[in-house]
Design a protein around this ligand. Sequence first.
Ligand SMILES: [Zn+2]
Ligand SMILES: [Zn+2]
Length: 246
Amino acid sequence: MKQEIFTFPLWDAFQENTECPLCHIMERAEESYISGLFRDMVNDVNFHRSLEHMSFCSTHFQQLLNYRDKFGLALIVDKILLHEMSKLRKFRRIMEVPYLPSKYHALNIIRKIFNRHTNQYDIDESPCFLCIHSKDAMHSYAASIIQLWACNSKFQSLYENCKGFCFKHFYLLIGEAQRLLSGPQLKKFCQATFSLQENNLKRLNDELNWFIKKFNYYYVDSPWHTSRDSLKRCIFKIKGGSINQE
Ligand SMILES: [Zn+2]
Ligand SMILES: [Zn+2]
C-alpha cells in the first residue's frame, strides 16, 4: 500500500504533457515539502538547530517567499538572523581577546576566520536545507521510476510514450539504472531511454527550426503549428527545474 501511494505521483507525472516528468514530480514534491515545513517544522527545535549551519539558496528562498505563510517564513528568517548575530558575537569575542601579544596576531586570526567563511560561501553558498532534501528525493523518485518500469508493463508503455527528460534527469535515470538493473533488463531500459530522448530532442529541434523560420518574411503567413512556445520548452529541456514551461 505504501509503495502504491509512493508510485501514484509517478503515474500522474507520466500522463502529463511535459518535457520532463521527473521535473514535474519534483515540483509537486517540493510544493508539498514546503507546505509541510511551514505546517510541522517552523516550531521544531531540531529544525531551528539545523539553521545554525544551513540556510536556503536564492531559488528556494524565492519559493518560500512566494508561499502564502509569511508568518512561518518570518520565524525562519528570525532564527537565521539570530544565529548569524550569535556567530558575529563569537568572532568579536575572539578579536577582543586581551592577551594577544600584538595587533598583527589579532589581524591574522580575523583573516583566518573570514577566509574560511568567505570560501564556504563562495563554494556552496552555505548548504541549502531544501536543495539537500530535493537531491535525496530526486534520487528516490528516479529509483522508483526504474523499479516501476522493470515490474509493470503498463508503466513501461506509459514511460516509452512520454516526451523524454531534461538533460539532468536523463543522465540521472541512466546512472541510477546502472545501479539498479543488470543484464538484458539494463540494456532494454537504456535502449528505450536513449531512443525516447533522441526522438524527443529531434522533435523539439524540428519545432525550434520552424520557430526560427517564422522570422523569415517568406513564412510570415504560415501557421506556427506547435512551435510557438518551442524556445521555452527547449530551454526547459536543457535546464529543467525552475524554467517555466507555461
Ligand atoms: Zn527534469
Ligand atoms: Zn536550494
